[in-house]
Design a protein around this ligand. Sequence first.
Ligand SMILES: [Zn+2]
Length: 217
Amino acid sequence: MRKYVIMGVQGSGKGTQAKMLRQDLDLAHISVGDIFRWHVRQHTKIGAQVKRAMAAGELVGDDLVEEVVRRRLGIHDWNYGFIIDGFPRNGRQAEFFMESYDIDAVIHLELPDDEVRRRVLSRRLCPSCGMDYNLIADRPEVEGRCDICGHGLITRADDTPEALEARLTDYHAKTRPVLELFRRKEVVHDVDGRPPVDEVQSAIRKTLGLSGYRADD
Ligand SMILES: [Zn+2]
C-alpha cells in the first residue's frame, strides 16, 4: 500500500500529476477541493459552510478540512493506498496525519512565484460550456473564443494579480510549517514543477522508486 501527500502551489499541476499516479497505481485520489465542490453542488450542510466562507472572502477553516478528510479516509476504499491533495493545512494536522497513517512520501512540486503568476494570470474560462484555456499552453484557435461552443472567453473573478498575491502569501505562510515538519521526518521529495507534464510525472516516479511513466497507458 502506498500513502502519498502531494503539495504544490496553485498552478503547479498537482491535480494533474496526482491523477496520473492514481490511474496507474490504483490509488484513491483524495482532493479536498474536489470534495468541497461536490458538497456545494449537492447542497449539503458542509457545502453551505463552504459557500459561507467563500462569500465572506475567507478560506475554508482547517477544522472543516480535517473533518472532511477524516470522513473520506473512513470510507476505506483505498486498498492500494491514496494520494491526498489539499491536506494537511497546518503543523498540528501534519503531525497527527503522519502518526495515524504512516505516510510513505510527500511529493512537493516546486514552482517559482513568477511562473505561478505567468500560468495563473493566463488562464481563461468559457462561461458557457466550462472549458478551460491557457494563453501559454492551451490557446483557443480563435483569440478570445471558445473552440467548443464559440462563446467569448472570460478571466475568472479571482484570477486578478491582487487576489493571486494574497493567495500566494497565504500559501507560503501555511505551507512552510507543514513542509518543515515533513522534512524533519525525511519524507519530502522535491520535484521541479516547471517542465512539461510528462517529464514532471517521470521525475516523480523516479524519486519514489516507481516504474517509469508511459504516456499511452
Ligand atoms: Zn464553450
